[in-house]
Design a binder for this molecule. Structure first.
Ligand SMILES: *Cc1c(COP(=O)(O)O)cnc(C)c1O
Length: 379
């Protein structure tokens, strides 16, 4: 099946008792058993729930993976993947990560005795300098947040395989529509389902997708044992959102392209980060591993003062100033004080997350209104 068909049908079939075309919201914590252990595959909803199963199968299908697991947030998904690690293990990860990932790596898992190397993945060969017998996982985010750098997943996966190291990819920014890391050799795909996959800014949820059955069983054990699993209403909303993922993504990419080009020629803007520009440092990799370039854009103002940035960030009429991304509505964000506020200033500035940078999540409103809004806010 092709992507658009999977987005609408994968994991879902009409309800056998009523013919309802939509997967019912199975609002139940438990399931009756005819005799102890004799049940229809469902025992208790921390472990499994039919609405959640439909969502997990759908997301797995979109990632060309065999097994999906849904979580109550993207961070719960990330945390579960990191539970594969033991004290003494080492992880190689990017120096331009989602702030919340950086926070649990350094504040939660480092005190448990796991070491993280935060590196620049722009040349994957750099990974070899940090590999040793303790390396157990490589954690990649691409495009990165907020500077939209592209990591060559295939090149990283070759190094991971040679060295028997797990490769996990946070695919939130691309969504399964733009990029499928398992096809490029990744072992684990992580999503903040909150963002493009759900797409309507009305749920917080996460997911992991894998192909290897042993890995799935291990992750399922943590998922069921620790219980960061979502309720059926949220799973229903995510499933509903996914049905238009392909249509929304096309619109995000098209609006993103026009906004990026407009901003690039604006006299008050120093730099525009967007992987669709032919002179973006990893444009060639973006072109081969992604279907299109997405609607995430970061801009740096020529005026370096935070006062100027705050003034502009507060003067939009169609864009809203808010954390998060990937919804139908356009958002702006000030990473230095919002999404990346938990990263020390000297650490974030090294990778370009300066006070005069703002990130745009270009929505799917009419492009003329978006360009008009940018024009008046930047005036
Ligand atoms: C939002 C986000 C997360 C965390 O997901 P939540 O659903 O907010 O817990 C992780 N990675 C990236 C890239 C994100 O944008």
């Amino acid at each position: 099946m092709k992507f658009a068909t999977k987005a609408i049908h994968a994991g879902q079939s009409p309800d056998p008792t009523t013919g309802a075309i939509m997967t019912p919201i199975f609002q139940t914590s438990t399931y009756t058993q005819a005799a102890p252990g004799k049940h229809k595959g469902y025992e208790y909803s921390r472990g499994t729930n039919p609405t959640r199963t439909a969502l997990e199968d759908c997301i797995a299908a979109l990632e060309n993976g065999k097994f999906g697991l849904a979580f109550s947030s993207g961070m719960a998904a990330t945390e579960t993947a990191l539970k594969l690690l033991k004290p003494g293990d080492e992880v190689i990860t990017g120096n331009d990560l989602y702030g919340g990932s950086y926070r649990i790596f350094t504040k939660l898992f480092e005190p448990y005795g796991i070491k993280f190397h935060f590196i620049d993945f722009s040349n994957p060969e750099t990974i070899r300098e940090y590999l040793n017998e303790k390396t157990r996982m490589i954690w990649v985010e691409t495009p990165t947040n907020p500077t939209l750098q592209i990591v060559d997943i295939l090149a990283v996966s070759k190094i991971a395989k040679e060295n028997n190291v797990l490769l996990a990819v946070d695919n939130t920014f691309a969504s399964p529509y733009l990029q499928n890391p398992l096809d490029l050799g990744a072992d684990i795909v992580m999503h903040s389902v909150t963002k493009y996959i759900s797409g309507h800014s009305d749920v917080v949820m996460g997911a992991l997708v894998v192909n290897d059955e042993e890995l799935y069983k291990q992750l399922f054990f943590y998922y069921n044992a620790c219980g960061g699993t979502p309720g059926p209403q949220d799973c229903f909303l995510a499933l509903r959102g996914i049905k238009t993922l392909h249509v929304r993504m096309k619109a995000h990419c098209e609006n993103g392209r026009q906004v990026a080009e407009y901003l690039r020629s604006h006299p008050k803007i120093e730099k525009v980060y967007w992987p669709g520009f032919p002179d973006h440092n990893n444009h060639d990799i973006a072109k081969t591993q992604m279907r299109d370039f997405g609607g995430m854009i970061s801009i740096v103002f020529k005026d370096t003062s935070i006062e100027n940035t705050f003034r502009i960030a507060s003067s939009f009429k169609v864009f809203s100033l808010a954390e998060s991304l990937g919804g139908v509505e356009s958002l702006i964000n000030h990473p230095a004080t919002m999404t990346h506020g938990s990263i020390p200033k000297e650490v974030r500035e090294k990778v370009g997350v300066v006070d005069n940078l703002i990130r745009l999540s270009v929505g799917i409103e009419d492009i003329e209104d978006l360009l008009e809004d940018l024009k008046q806010a930047l005036a």
